[in-house]
Ligand binder design. Structure first.
Ligand SMILES: Cc1cc2nc3c(=O)[nH]c(=O)nc-3n(C[C@H](O)[C@H](O)[C@H](O)COP(=O)(O)O)c2cc1C
Length: 317
């Protein structure tokens, strides 16, 4: 089977998030809340270089998480570099490749791609066809609903089917909207209706109730969780009907303390020096929104040393 999930169920995927979903954070999620599929942070391809991806990215691509499939996400607009990077990722054992067509910071001129690819739709068939030609496992695209109009995606669906994509991940905002407003899941539902490809829906799923509503209203093949899962990894469990739907203060304290202590220990192995470890921890803490622990979270974000950070963490539980 080519898809990275078992089609008898609706998978819950951990979104690719640059700066956050490195192999240490992914391994914690896999061991603790077991997403059905995980993604690398985007791997920037390097046009014209003998090494189409950096050594650090190569390490990420190679990392394994036992039985949970890893999808390698590539970002770029240079066809040759994307093809070469896909081949290298596969040589390193990757089975699933995803192309980023959503990142709002990409520019075609710099070769960065991402959401900017949607500004040049006429280039897409050739580019995707070339990547499809070398990818033996699943090939998917993670995209916005359009560059500046949400209707754009509907014009691309027949081409996605023709080039042989295996599935689509839709974050139903336009590139221009960046992260403003709300993801429009009426667009997600229409996309599911109009394509034969499995569609994984993403955007603003921060509670089990929202996730269940989105699954029902869109009939999506599955869900992808980003900021909501970084804020509370147990969102995966709640969506599976496990644990409390609305956890109380004590339960949240237990989750937060375990989460951050585990990350400290895993980041100490992955990153070098307390300055880098602290910086990476703060990147995660920025997404933790919890009014019960707002003072401790604020203090962790302002910590100048690991000792200070750990001291504030001890006050949570
Ligand atoms: C800090 C940050 C980093 C992100 N990095 C990536 C990335 O590397 N690749 C990608 O396709 N999307 C990336 N995204 C977008 C997320 O994968 C996701 O599509 C978006 O956050 C909407 O889902 P959410 O509302 O569940 O967070 C990033 C988002 C954020 C906030």
């Amino acid at each position: 089977m080519i898809l990275p999930w078992d089609q008898t169920s609706k998978p819950l995927m951990l979104a690719p998030m640059q700066g956050l979903t490195n192999c240490a954070l992914r391994s914690l999620f896999v061991e603790w809340v077991r997403p059905d599929v995980v993604f690398t942070e985007f791997v920037r391809v390097r046009p014209g270089s003998k090494q189409p991806m950096s050594a650090a990215d190569l390490r990420e691509v190679t990392s394994t998480h036992r039985e949970v499939p890893l999808v390698v996400q590539l970002v770029g607009s240079d066809q040759k570099a994307l093809v070469a990077a896909a081949q290298i990722a596969q040589d390193q054992g990757a089975r699933h490749i995803n192309i980023n067509m959503g990142c709002p910071r990409g520019r075609m001129t710099s070769g960065a791609g991402g959401g900017a690819l949607l500004k040049y739709p006429s280039c897409l068939p050739e580019l995707l066809h070339a990547v499809r030609g070398v990818v033996h496992g699943s090939l998917s695209v993670k995209m916005r609903s359009g560059y500046d109009t949400p209707g754009q995606i509907f014009t691309l669906l027949p081409m996605f089917e023709d080039v042989g994509l295996d599935f689509l991940i839709l974050h139903a905002r336009t590139v221009k909207e960046k992260y403003g407003g709300q993801a429009d899941h009426t667009v997600s539902a229409e996309v599911v209706r109009q394509t034969t490809l499995p569609v994984i829906v993403n955007g603003d799923i921060n509670s089990a109730a929202q996730g269940n509503d989105v699954l029902t209203s869109t009939n999506a093949a599955g869900l992808m969780l980003g900021r909501g899962a970084i804020c509370s990894p147990l969102l995966f469990q709640r969506l599976r009907g496990k644990g409390s739907i609305k956890p109380g203060r004590e339960e949240r304290a237990e989750e937060l303390a375990y989460y951050l202590r585990e990350l400290v220990s895993r980041y100490q192995k992955l990153f070098h020096g307390n300055t880098q470890i602290l910086y990476k921890l703060k990147e995660v803490v920025c997404f933790i929104l919890d009014t019960d622990f707002a003072p401790q979270i604020k203090a962790m974000k302002r910590s100048k040393t690991m000792e200070e950070f750990l001291g504030h963490l001890d006050q949570i539980g």
